[in-house]
Structures are given as C-alpha cells and as structure tokens.
Design a protein around this ligand. Structure first.
Ligand code: GDP
Length: 334
C-alpha cells in the first residue's frame, strides 16, 4: 500500500554504468587468467574476450531492466498517483523514457550474444579483442542515445519517491484556513500519531490518519487553506489531484476568528472548495467554546446549504457526533 514509486532504483548515468560493467568484466577476466594457466593463447583469449563481452552485456542490460521492473506501470496506478505523475513529470514523457530504456536493454543483450559468439570463433587473439572493443563501443553509443531518458527518469524518481503514502480507503479530506483547528481535529478524530508526508508544490505536506481500519483522514496544510486565485497553474493541479483522493470533505470553520481570517474570507474559501470538488461536504464549526450563541446562529444561517456540526476540537465537544456522521456517510456511500 506504500507509495508505488518508493521501489524505483537509483538510476546510474551511462558513464557510471559503463564503469560498473568494466570493473565487473575485469574481475571475471582476472579469475579466468588464473584458471586458464597453461592453455594456449588463442583459446584462452577467445574465452576471456567472450566472457568479458557477456559480463558487460548482462551488467548493462540487467541494470536497465531493473529500472523497468521496479517502476510501477502507469496504466495500473491508482488515479490519484496517476494524476500526480501527470502534474509533476508528465505521463507521456515518463512512458517514452521507460520505452527507450527497455529498447536499450534488449538491444545490448542481443548484441552481447552476437559479439560473444564472434569472439568465440576468432581466428587470432587480436580478432577476439577487436570484437570486444567493437561491442563496448556500440553499447556506449546506445547508452549515450538514451542519456536524456535516463536523466528524465532520475529526476522523476527524485520527485516521485517522496509522494505521500495513501491507502485505497474511503477518504475524508480536511480543508480550511490555517489555525482554524484542522490538525487538532485530525489528532482527535484518528488513532495513532498522523503520518506526515510531502506533497508537491507545498512546504508542509499531507498528514494522514485513520479512523479504525476503514477510513482515511487527510489534512492538507498549504493545499486547501487559502484562496485558489492566489495559485499558479501547477499548484492548482496539485490541489485538483485531491479530487481523486477525497470521497468527502470536512471544511473546518473558525467563527471566533482567532485564526486571523474573517468569517467572510472563510466562507469564500468554502464556496471555492464546493465548486472545485464533486464530493459531499460537511462543515465543522469549530471553537464553539470561544464563540457566543448569537454569532453561531448568524453563521448557521449562512450555511443553510450545508450539513453542519458544531464542535470544539480542543475541548472535545461534538467530536463523537462528527465521527459518527463521517463514518455513516463514508461507509454507506462507498
Ligand atoms: P490548523 O492550522 O488548522 O491545523 O490549526 P491547529 O489545529 O494548529 O489549531 C490552531 C490553534 O487553535 C491551536 O492553538 C489550537 O490549540 C487552537 N484550537 C483548535 N481547536 C480549538 C477549539 O475548539 N477551541 C479552542 N479554544 N482552541 C482551539
């Protein structure tokens, strides 16, 4: 259930990969030189060059194949991750790069086989070593050709390996301005200490917690906590990717305005979030311990279109009712 990109291996540069292959082939050659003592020059160099070619070929092609094997197939990703790949690196380029790596892996393997056979049939020692050099040259040029693809995948890996780990569970996403009480509420609603994950284009990350084993609760500081018109395109896409994660949104409102944002500002954000997301929204009116009855009634009046629950995350008021409502709505509808 972890982030599917966690297993992507480190991606070597063509130069590093050739160095690795050379070192391995020298080691194999040295071992052969000791076991083949006393064997005539021609069969000895045929064997050594053949084995050097096979070693270089398998180090290079296996290393490239490992990249493909350990990278998740884009088409089988959960929609949330698929959307993030598109936003962060681009799906087409990602697929194209993997395709190039696969092509190179197969070609180096085939060439290795061909040249190994040629070396084995060399008529003089110099011919055997000529074939090996030719093979090394062709392998290096194939790797050079896929250099841009390897570089792209290395960058993609750096970006994607730290994506948050989310589970395939009915998910409640918490929204609302900073300091309205979102993280306090997440801690009170969910068991265990919420896990903090990086999220693209934010500095704060996603906090993920669970209600029992059935419901995932995600707080998104820096994502759904300020007006969308303040955002650039790419940030907006990162926000929209949450559409693929959220089954329901809990919008936290602070009527006391101690958070530093007026009720008007908060209601505007609520409106934006309602327009942007296609899932049910529950409004939690928080900090009721700090707010008088009349002000509460005024706000409730303005929220007639929404399901609302009055709570105090800090003083544990209304939290059981909130939890019950969330569980009921999410489990029945998903
Ligand atoms: P977030 O930025 O939305 O995650 O807000 P926090 O959970 O960090 O809360 C901001 C501040 O409000 C903290 O000092 C909390 O202790 C306080 N707070 C949160 N909920 C309540 C509440 O129901 N009543 C009172 N009095 N304070 C609260």
């Amino acid at each position: 259930d972890a982030n599917p990109f966690k297993k992507m291996p480190t991606i070597l540069t063509p130069e590093e990969l050739m160095d690795k292959a050379h070192r391995r082939s020298e080691k194999v050659a040295n071992e052969l030189r000791t076991t083949l003592i006393g064997i005539p020059r021609l069969p000895k160099s045929r064997t050594i060059e053949e084995q050097k070619i096979r070693t270089i070929s398998s180090v290079v092609s296996d290393n490239l194949l490992k990249i493909i094997d350990k990278t998740p197939s884009i088409d089988r990703l959960k929609p949330f991750y698929k959307e993030l790949v598109e936003v962060m690196v681009g799906i087409d380029e990602f697929k194209k790069s993997l395709g190039a790596v696969k092509w190179a892996s197969e070609l180096v393997k085939k060439l290795g086989n061909d040249y190994a056979k040629k070396a084995r049939k060399a008529k003089v020692p110099a011919e055997a070593s000529k074939y090996r050099k030719e093979f090394v040259g062709r392998t290096a040029s194939i790797l050079k050709q896929i250099y841009p693809n390897l570089a792209f995948l290395a960058v993609a890996r750096e970006k994607l390996k730290n994506l948050p780990t989310v589970k395939e569970l009915p998910t409640l996403v918490i929204a609302g301005y900073p300091n309205v009480g979102k993280s306090t509420l997440l801690r009170k609603l969910t068991t265990a200490e919420p896990e903090i994950n990086a999220y693209p284009f934010t500095t704060k990350g996603l906090n993920v917690g669970y209600i029992g084993e059935d419901i995932q609760v995600v707080d998104t500081p820096g994502v759904l906590d300020r007006p969308l018109y303040e955002r650039n395109d790419i940030e907006l896409q990162a926000v929209l990717a949450l559409n693929y994660l959220a089954n329901m949104i809990l919008f936290v409102l602070d009527p006391s305005e101690y958070c530093g944002y007026s009720i008007g500002e908060q209601l505007n954000l609520l409106k934006e979030v309602s327009d942007l997301f296609k899932v049910p929204i529950i409004v939690a009116i928080n900090k009721i311990d700090l707010t008088d009855e009349e002000k509460l009634r005024e706000i409730e009046e303005k929220l007639k279109d929404y399901k609302i629950i009055k709570i105090s995350a800090d003083k544990d008021i209304g939290l059981d009712e909130l939890k019950e409502t969330v569980v009921k709505e999410l489990i029945i509808k998903n």
